[in-house]
Design a binder for this molecule. Structure first.
Ligand code: NAP
Length: 298
């Protein structure tokens, strides 16, 4: 059964990610303005995780929007669970580890709702594949959260196809996404079967670090400089900038990739969104692919 993030869950074609929110040192007013700016553009979805900012980002976001139910009504929330960090806020964690137990998933989702100050999580993701996973326990947790109306839909992040399929087999409803690292710098997901599986199941992947964490702007290696030159050549043809072409390259892919924008600067978010107006040709797409791989297709 097809579950389109865009059509069935009303997730916007590009999502804003708040992993770096604590680093931006924004005031509540600035966070409000950032959210307002995204919503005005058409970016209605915000990507969180319980652990972002050492367990602080959901709280910062929730605090800033405490009195803005008008904004909350318009937004969709993606958040994640399953990683336990060593943190002063979690003194009981002796080692960084994963926890996909029934107790932890249900507790974490309920805690995210509280920290964010919202009634429902639109999509809850298991953040990383857990070598200690009991898929039936995850299924039990997901079913409870769904039945109670606390979470609308579920997905995973950084799962390989066999891990995705193992969890899917234990569930009565479809996982709606795999959030994976994809950019024209990071190509591994094209070869490990993840994007193929998304197409097979008709679900949309989300791409984290769509600009490779900013590494392209400080290209040092021959490979990165070659890629950057090609991105510049194409961006000149479209009278735009290389970041926009990097997003357009993801958006062009037939798998329906949803890029998770990582910048906190509204001007850069606006530029990112303009990528939706660019349609790269197949040959332009391959020019970037070949530059990144450093060799022609066979
Ligand atoms: P990214 O867009 O690849 O990288 C963002 C970085 O690039 C920021 O430091 C940003 O700095 C810089 N940048 C953006 N545009 C720039 C420009 N035009 N010139 C120079 N620097 C520029 O995304 P990301 O932050 O790595 O990841 C995006 C989101 O993906 C995160 O917020 C999070 O929601 C999600 N994520 C998920 C996972 C997972 O395991 N599921 C892992 C990592 C991330 P400025 O802020 O100064 O613009």
């Amino acid at each position: 059964m097809k579950t389109s993030l865009n059509q069935d869950l009303n997730i916007s074609k590009m999502v804003h990610g708040v992993w770096r929110l604590a680093d931006w040192n924004y005031s509540n007013k600035e966070i409000e303005e950032l959210v307002e700016g995204c919503l005005e553009l058409g970016i209605n979805t915000f990507d969180h995780a319980d652990i972002y900012g050492d367990y602080s980002c959901e709280t910062l976001f929730g605090e800033a929007l405490k009195n803005r139910s008008d904004l909350k009504e318009q937004m969709k929330i993606v958040t994640k669970c399953g990683i336990k960090l060593i943190s002063e806020k979690r003194p009981e964690h002796r080692i960084k580890h994963y926890d996909t137990s029934y107790e932890h998933i249900t507790w974490s989702a309920e805690n995210s709702l509280k920290m964010l100050g919202v009634d429902v999580i639109d999509v809850l993701l298991i953040h990383r594949p857990d070598p200690f996973i009991d898929t039936h326990e995850v299924a039990k947790a997901f079913s409870k959260l769904k039945e109670e109306g606390k979470v609308k839909a579920f997905g995973v992040s950084n799962f390989l196809p066999h891990q995705f399929k193992a969890l899917q087999a234990a569930l009565d409803f479809p996982l709606v996404t795999n959030q994976i690292e994809i950019s024209c710098v990071s190509l591994k997901e094209f070869d490990n079967g993840s994007l193929d599986l998304c197409q097979e199941l008709n679900i949309q992947p989300m791409a984290w670090s769509p600009l490779a964490g900013g590494a392209i702007f400080n290209a040092q290696t021959h490979r990165m400089m070659t890629l950057k030159n090609v991105l510049h050549k194409i961006s000149d043809q479209y009278s735009t900038t290389i970041d926009v072409i990097m997003y357009a390259w993801l958006l062009a892919h037939p798998a329906g990739i949803i890029p998770v924008i990582g910048t906190g600067k509204i001007e850069r978010i606006k530029a990112a969104y303009s990528a939706l107006d660019i349609q790269l040709s197949r040959q332009e797409w391959f020019e970037i692919w070949v530059a990144s791989r450093g060799e022609s297709v066979p």
